[in-house]
Design a protein around this ligand. Sequence first.
Ligand code: AHR
Length: 504
Amino acid sequence: GHATVRVDPAFAVGPLNRRLFGSFVEHMGRCVYTGIYEPEHPSADALGFRRDVADLVRELGVTVVRYPGGNFVSNYRWEDGVGPKGERPVRLDLAWRSIETNQVGTDDFVDWCRSVDVEPMMAVNLGTRGIAEAVELLEYCNGDDGTQVSERRVAHGHEQPHDIRVWCLGNEMDGPWQMGHKTAEEYARLAEETARAMRRLQPDLELVACGSSNRGMPTFGTWERVVLERCFDLVDHISAHAYYEPHDGDLDSYLACAEDMDRFIRSVVATADHVAAVRGSDKLIGVSFDEWNVWFQARFDGESSLAIREAPELIEDVYDVMDAVVVGSLLITLMQHTDRVAMACQAQLVNVIAPISTRPGGASWRQSIFYPFALTARHARGTVLRPAVVSTAVDTAEYGALDQLLLTATLDEGSGDLVIFAVNRSRTEPCELTLDVVGLAGSAAGGAGYRLVEHLVISDEDPHARNTEDDPERVVPGAGTSTLDGATLRSVLPAISWHCIRLT
Ligand code: AHR
């Protein structure tokens, strides 16, 4: 296969939104307990958080982290998780049929966010609870008026308000599995009144209404329209969630699943813009893609069969090279929509379908999917360009014929650095890439042209190679082969591969 690409600074999607490199910490399985938090661990800090995990989180380059769920939030009492740890109640979490010790709660999570330099993004319970509890949580976190609720935070050692800007109005309320699941109309009314009340306290919040749990939901499209017809003036963003895995062994469609994400984003944007049109409004509602990843749901029997335990091992998928390529392709697609995707959160951060794995009391290591995320977050800078791509096709059962090559590029206007992110999504064919840089001088030698800094690749003779505790560096980025001749870059991208090519 082959592909010809032109990148030109005249064709830009927009400034790279760094909130695309978000993640998600849910009270689920071992994401919190023995994931980010383990006071008995040799690396634990004074607050009980694992330093080894914190180091990996920093290396991953995460910018914003959604919390505390997920399905968990829909039956969560936030009051249980604040105050002296010895007085916090042990509860049953019915979302994951788990024992919740509440040793980590809102204040602890915000402390952790500050220590790893990420922005917290909070969800309120609109499943089993409602407006009053949501507003009280907001007041507890951000209040500064000496009221009883905000003074509780001060009494718990947090003099300064947490200043949390982004709030999710519930989680996956369209899903019948959700505690307190609602119809679109029921949810739209509750979200509308919750948003109105929260804005009375703090008008400048960023509020996220629940959209659809995936593009295949029977209410998809209608749900977004009904919710936005009610909440349009009161919210900033609407959520989208998507998890990908091979279906019936169809790896070609799996490798191309970024196409589903692309169509999903386009449909949500079209629906939001339709509601705007009917209202005669120019407001652009953002898409909060606040759960996305590869998740082998076929391997999970569902929560109803779970024995009730504390910090159980739940959905600890082990990812291979192919999964890393897919994750890289999903990040490319998110960047291609940087103008309308307000944030994106990979679900989840540690152990639970996660780029970081830990052993309780022991090691932590990077899964294969860690690398495309970390390298994209580290090297993507400036403006996302809209490349012109002419590529040989791959045939997929789910999406029809698609370009074999998926590619995006960022241009840092200050330095002139150009970074190309690309995936060859063919399972069998290499792709010969010819990329012309148009209208760009490059920064090397004072604008006389570009120099190739490095070409990193994730690919392997065995696409099912994975990292494990015993072999944690089986899958790491390698060096790709590219040549730069004037303004023309030539590379050969092996089948099933992800690339980061840096020019300066
Ligand atoms: O991330 C795992 C679960 O997936 C979340 O709790 C839920 O929101 C989604 O269905």
